[in-house]
Design a protein around this ligand. Structure first.
Ligand code: F6R
Length: 609
């Protein structure tokens, strides 16, 4: 949901801002802009479209600056166009703002400011911030920012510069993420870590209610009352190579292929190979409290909601604890009821999804135990939960989540086994057998990845499909949902995920020779039932592709196309069945010429409601 960047230091500013924006582009890509201060002159350039359009436009001029800020936009208020692109400015052009978030009371502020003689150029909510700073400025930029943000309702991460108070970038955060990178005599501002990894690993994560003043000699931090803060410097283990394509055509494809390693990394140090014991004391919630957990609630959005659904099957089957899975965007507004022995787990790749964060905060008011499953250390959800179980997927750049989905399933299966073990619900032999089976999963995924060419050929047949139905049952029902989501978000083909057994209650009416079905049918407890559901589709001239066990020789005569997966313990089959569906969606999208890594209308991190 928009990316903001800033740099102050001795290097050339424009290349750093552009490189940074490219790494943030997955957050939004409908327009972009930068503003520089050159001695005491402000230079502002904006374009509609992607960062490449901004880069092309900047090449036409000889520009330089001492420091600057930039923005890549995902439109909320005001259509995507140059005029609405950030940075925004006040009436005089002296106060320049980039913003991620939404100012809910901007119309009221605009009206007041108009009455006071301010003129507005854009349809955006952000522009009011620049005018408020203009209004309150006396002799110091941070003081004006502190005063201006008192008038704002909503969510914001802002970076501000001005030629009235030079050599300064002022940041403020309430909601969306923003971090400061501390280099050698150079300082960086960014919405996330990715742009900073090539320059520094020393990062300060701003909290809500923090203000930062960045100058060439350092960074200072304050609360919104102006009191000085002593912020912790985190050292980040990610490295710049992790955010390169490494020869793959798209980040998404690279990230699909990284999944075996992601599982190994997420299991690393958490499973005893000799005994099958799970070590998760690192999560920071007292084992005794976890032993008393009687109910688990998993809250998440989108793909993370789907991994949470698989978590329900893992935890209920392995630990014997009832699990509810909830959309964060719904749960936050519910009159939910939680007991002190409920464990509420928020699952979020980014750790910044506004609905997930708000739902977790609402839960904390009733004070049961909260745990976060996150991929970004230092993110808001990771920091605010009582406990933290990190997924070790590394940075995910493709907007469509793939490897982080798999890492979330890996973390949730560990949690399920851990709860089972500490509650005494699982004997030693079962623990060992199951954890050994889990260790074999990465290799089995590698075998599926070797079939990528065959899946690509199959995908070509569906290049012109308009609709697709995805069916699965039991542990693979969530994978049907996830498979359909991947297809629709990157190829723009309408796809519906459905529990196979529910077909006959309505959706079967859709079946004809133009509605292909992708059915997931591993050898599990519902195999025969799923097979009957498939026969019902075949009887109505539906074209059926299945993901099936490689040893299932009979299936070939009953369906039109088969993608195989290695045999696996049925409860763990989602780790495998999901992978061909990711590849299938990926290849269809590439055949249709879609922008796989940056699908239209989407943004990686949804930091607005
Ligand atoms: C889909 C996708 C989204 C995210 C959702 C939650 O491919 O990426 O549906 O899963 O926006 O994001 P996180 O996990 O960051 O909370």
């Amino acid at each position: 949901m928009c990316g903001i960047i800033g740099y102050i230091g001795k290097k050339e500013v424009i290349p750093i801002l552009l490189e940074g924006l490219k790494k943030l582009e997955y957050r939004g890509y409908d327009s972009a802009g930068i503003a520089l201060v050159d001695q005491n002159k402000i230079i502002r350039r904006r374009v509609e479209g992607k960062i490449s359009a901004l880069e092309t436009s900047l090449k036409k001029e000889e520009l330089a600056g001492d420091y600057g800020i930039g923005h890549t936009r995902w439109a909320t208020h005001g259509r995507p166009c140059e005029e609405n692109a950030h940075p925004h400015q006040d009436c005089t052009g002296a106060f320049i703002v980039v913003h991620n978030g939404i100012i809910e009371n901007y119309l009221a502020i605009k009206e007041t400011l108009r009455g006071e003689g301010h003129n507005f150029e854009t349809e955006t909510d952000t522009e009011v911030i620049a005018h408020l700073i203009e209004k309150y400025y006396q002799d110091n930029l941070e003081k004006a920012v502190l005063r201006a943000i008192q008038d704002l309702e909503g969510a914001f991460a802002i970076a501000v510069i001005s030629n009235h108070d030079l050599q300064k970038i002022v940041l403020a955060k309430m909601g969306p993420p923003v971090v400061v990178g501390l280099g050698e005599e150079e300082y960086f501002v960014s919405s996330d870590l990715n742009p900073l990894l090539s320059y520094t690993q020393n990062i300060v994560f701003l909290d809500d209610g923090d203000l930062a003043v960045i100058t060439p000699s350092g960074a200072e931090f304050f609360d919104f009352s102006g009191n000085s803060l002593d912020k912790k410097i985190d050292r980040i283990a990610w490295n710049p190579l992790m955010i390169e394509k490494s020869g793959y055509k798209h980040f998404m494809l690279k990230e699909i292929f990284e999944q075996p390693q992601v599982i190994r990394d997420t299991f690393q140090g958490r499973i005893s190979l000799d005994t099958g014991k799970i070590f998760l004391s690192e999560i920071g919630i007292d084992e005794k409290r976890l032993r008393d957990v009687r109910r688990v609630v998993l809250i998440a959005c989108g793909t993370s909601f789907h991994s949470s659904l698989t978590g329900k099957y893992f935890i209920e089957s392995l630990a014997g604890i009832p699990v509810d899975v909830e959309y964060a965007s719904e749960y936050r507004y519910r009159d939910f009821i939680l007991d002190k022995d409920s464990l509420v787990v928020t699952i979020s790749q980014s750790g910044e999804t506004a609905d997930s964060l708000a739902a977790m905060r609402a839960v904390k008011e009733q004070s049961p135990m909260t745990l976060a499953v996150c991929n970004v250390a230092g993110s808001s959800i990771a920091r605010e939960a009582d406990g933290l179980l990190m997924t070790h997927a590394g940075p995910e750049i493709g907007v469509a989540a793939t490897k982080t989905f798999t890492a979330q399933m890996a973390a949730l299966v560990l949690l399920a086994l851990y709860l089972a073990q500490i509650k005494g619900n699982m004997d030693a032999k079962t623990s060992l057998d199951l954890t050994q089976e889990l260790q074999r999963i990465p290799h089995k995924i590698e075998k599926i990845l070797h079939q990528a060419d065959a899946i690509e050929k199959l995908a070509l047949k569906f290049k012109y499909a308009s609709h697709f139905l995805y069916l699965g049952r039991w542990a693979n029902y969530p994978i049907a949902l996830e498979g359909a989501l991947k297809l629709k978000e990157i190829s723009y083909i309408h796809a519906e995920g459905y529990p196979a057994g529910e077909m006959k209650h309505g959706p079967i009416a859709l079946i004809d020779d133009k509605m292909p079905t992708m059915a997931i049918i591993p050898k599990d407890r519902v195999y025969d039932k799923t097979l009957s559901n498939i026969s019902e589709i075949k009887a109505r001239l539906g074209y059926v592709v299945v993901v099936a066990d490689e040893n299932d020789k009979d299936i070939r005569s009953k369906v039109d196309e088969v993608i195989t997966i290695p045999s696996v313990y049925p409860l763990f089959s989602p780790f495998l069945t999901n992978v061909p569906l990711q590849l299938f969606a990926y290849y269809i999208a590439t055949f249709r010429g879609a922008d796989v890594d940056q699908p239209r209308n989407l943004a990686k991190s949804v930091t607005v409601e």
